[in-house]
Ligand binder design. Sequence first.
Ligand code: NAD
Length: 506
Amino acid sequence: MTRDLTHFVGGKHVDGTSGRFGDVFDPSSGTVQARVPLASTAEVQAAIGVAADAQLEWAAQNAQRRSRVLLRFLDLIGKDMDSLARLLSSEHGKTIDDAKGDIQRGVEVIEFAAGAPHLLKGEYSSGAGGGIDVYSMRQPLGVVAGITPFNFPAMIPLWKAGPALAAGNAFLLKPSERDPSVPLRIAELFLEAGLPAGVFNVVNGDKEAVDAILHDDRVKAVGFVGSTPIAQYIYATAAANGKRAQCFGGAKNHMIVMPDADLDQVADALVGAGYGSAGERCMAISVAVPVGKETGDALAAKLTERVKHLKVGPALEDGNDYGPLVTADAKKRVEHYIQLGVDEGGTLLADGRGYSVDGYENGFYLGPTLFDDVTADMAIYREEIFGPVLIIARAEDYEQALAMATDHQYGNGVSIFTRDGDAARDFAARVEVGMVGVNVPIPVPIAYHTFGGWKKSGFGDLNQHGPDAFRFYTKTKTVTSRWPSTTLRSAQQTKEGASFVIPTMH
Ligand code: NAD
């Protein structure tokens, strides 16, 4: 018998009433382990009402008190790390160590968000004009929503919720329907940490739930992470409905390998960044761009050798480099791309299709796949595959490599491996990509810098975490005040009658 999961609204688990459910798989065995309720519009609207009611009191607490709740949450999630990581792995399919990294990355943004009293300090200009002081303050938006992807079920909800809650908003999370249990557990931990009931809510669902969020006037901002077509849809719909939106989409991250790079270091970095989490990371490196024939040949040989030794197996079993893909559909989609790559004329150096794990024959596994001789006109170069497929697309020189990363439709992350400081500096300055690594394969910024891609990888003008998060989740109010003083009376102050001229600081 499969379990039925719930929503989490108003501080408690709430059964779904729509009658619609989605399957939650154990990707390691390929079996259905639970059903997730898919919320109706009415259920989402009710949850938004609960959040709106809870928000005013939460916003009225001072920022330091709100931060203390986050600090207690940090303590609780730290104690829960092992069981939370197992829960995450069992639904997502990533290894336990990788699941811990997923949670830890989220924790780091909560640590950052706990600095809210400092981050929410406004600006003040004393004596901006005669007897005039100007100050600005940051106020919460009200109810805000997060719509998140399957591939980081702890990290991304925490990236969104931490700063939003610290700033005094109530939060409605619509997590991925493929791995909803970690978000539900996070809701329990927030409550246990002292977050008032109704301030953090989880509504499970699909397009119907998302549309209910997008069309409800009480929701003031939407933070989305997922694939590019959905990011574009959510950005356009949220904006048309007068909401603030930041929507992060897909990726095709290149690693430029210069002829002077240490190729063993590069090959290790590429294997980890390309195949870790079965390539289901928006910051995975999916394109290696060796510069020059000699670099390309040597790199292809080193990668081919390393790929043979990768260990793929069940998420909860120790010693695997990566686990299964999240669903059978995801696996089928990647297999389709592998065939497409062959048909398009790529050289298949390693074929991960048909990979089977003893005792787990129905799991959603794919072995590591490696293509060489991929060119910019091929679909496997242009499109996001989101699986354990690494492609080598060779460049003749540095300028061509730079142009490849710059001209690509996606601009999430990019990396250059070189010993040449000039090349690295030039690359970082000129490449049209949001996050750049120099001899770092996965350039995910630390919590107090911002995270966000360019071009078709991001829509909206403020990034995730770092100071941008507090700008996104607050609105600025600016107060211009004058207190007439008998000792400091300016000409403007003493002038009698109405003025019909725009005020200036002349
Ligand atoms: P997805 O777009 O399928 O789903 C993301 C969210 O949107 C889920 O909550 C889902 O329920 C909802 N959704 C799906 N279809 C919808 C529709 N038609 N209308 C409204 N809502 C809909 O993405 P995914 O498969 O869960 O995640 C993988 C994608 O996320 C990849 O493209 C990856 O690159 C991207 N991603 C990007 C970043 C980033 O920061 N740029 C980070 C992680 C993942």
